[in-house]
Design a protein around this ligand. Structure first.
Ligand code: 3SL
Length: 232
């Protein structure tokens, strides 16, 4: 059976051999939820980049640009990081360059994997079905917050471990911890996360509806995959 493991922070990624594995990057609040939403609403592709200047430079090629730092939209970009921005007709058939505090960095750091896919609660079952088809070792990389552990990405890891329980070997401490956390939280994810640090941070910025949206399961049936520099 293939193995399932969880990396709780991009700062720990050097401890894992990514070659031969599929990495699922998750940043529930909100980068990977926004990416899934944008691609499901007609964005053609996304180039995840690490810094603001590089992201801005893509506007010269006619790309849309999105930038978030510390939960806020950075100045002089087309979008911040709300999934609702990507439901507009404006995004259809366009390419987006995107940089966020943690999510795009986690994607970049995963580049050595055989494949990098993007997961969120919004496409949970589709990601699980894709991984079941592939039958390769999987590492879930939680974007966390500035190198630290977070609850919401770990809950996603636990939810995915539940979906894959019959087809993946998952007896490692990180996956077991994620699994048990998800079991505790599953009946009321929003309530469980109410004291989570990033939920508090977003609430202080008056971003409530994004949190509710990002915690919904299986709204979309796409599985974004990195092809070269692009998420498609
Ligand atoms: O850190 C990130 O990548 C973002 O998702 C954070 S935020 O939800 O946009 O604040």
């Amino acid at each position: 059976m293939p193995l399932l493991d969880v990396c709780f922070s991009p700062e720990l990624i050097h401890l894992y051999d990514l070659k031969g594995r599929i990495v699922v990057v998750v940043d529930i609040l909100r980068a990977t939820s926004s990416m899934v939403t944008g691609l499901a609403h007609g964005l053609e592709k996304i180039v995840p980049v690490s810094n603001l200047d590089e992201c801005k430079s893509y506007s010269q090629q006619g790309y849309l640009t999105a930038a978030e730092r510390d939960g806020k939209m950075a100045l002089d970009f087309d979008f911040g990081n709300s999934p609702f921005s990507y439901m507009a007709d404006l995004v259809k058939n366009r390419t987006l360059a995107m940089t966020t505090t943690n999510g795009t960095r986690a994607i970049r750091l995963s580049a050595e994997a055989d494949k990098v896919v993007v997961g969120a609660f919004l496409n949970l079952s589709s990601v699980a079905a894709y991984l079941q088809e592939q039958q390769k070792d999987v590492l879930i990389v939680c974007a966390g917050w500035k190198g630290k552990f977070n609850l919401e990405d770990t809950l996603f890891a636990g939810a995915l471990a539940h979906k894959l329980q019959d087809s993946f070997e998952s007896e490692n401490d990180a996956t077991l911890a994620s699994w048990h956390l998800y079991e505790t939280a599953t009946n009321d994810l929003a309530g469980f996360l109410s004291k989570a640090s990033h939920v508090q941070r977003l609430k202080n910025l008056d971003i409530h509806k994004d949190i509710t949206f990002c915690l919904q399961q299986d709204v979309y049936d796409i599985v974004p995959i990195m092809e070269g520099d692009f998420l498609v």
